[in-house]
Ligand binder design. Sequence first.
Ligand code: GRF
Length: 218
Amino acid sequence: MAGTKLKVGVLVSGRGSNLQALIDACADPAFPVEIVHVLSNVAGAYALERAEKAGIATSVLSHRDFDGRDSFDAALDARLRDVGVEFVCLAGFMRLLTEGFVGKWQDRLINIHPSLLPSFKGLHTHERALELGVKVHGCTVHFVRPATDEGPIIVQAAVPVLPGDTPDTLGARVLEQEHRAYPLALRLVAEGRAKVVGNVVEIVGGQADNTRLLNPGK
Ligand code: GRF
């Protein structure tokens, strides 16, 4: 398998727990991915420490050093190509990407979002889920398209909303599933099993495994 692994770059802005889940997955020699670079737009993000601890090259590109989204995204694109990234994972990257960037990485760019899309696009998903009284919540890994939090869905994991939940307790329950869903989605992509067909992803080789994680575990 060595030599044929997909070379992935992970973009982060904060604590990097999803990055950690991907790093941990890559520790399995059978996992078909190598994280070759972690890039943050925020200096000092804890995610960078996680990467360094795992021996992964890092860089910081601060959006504050650029005069607009186009120039920042052009520099981001150049950096990713320079370091040999073939595929990009957004993991808590708190920047909106331009249509130009998304187009260049079409179907080679995925994101994790803490809701069952298309519900609750944007920020504060757990608060909004509680306000609306939904009974099921969760997370989504999807291919990125220019419109924020839209794009073909690869994996979703659902959790129950329980009486007495706060945004923190619900968020923690979702996060636990994010850490399962993201490695699973990336593996499917790296194995060539997540095929984009129009607006949807077809999983090649059957759905019998846990590609649909409905109310998993506890
Ligand atoms: C996660 O909830 C992810 O779904 C969202 O941002 C958060 C990042 O958390 N896009 P972490 O930095 O991976 O811990």
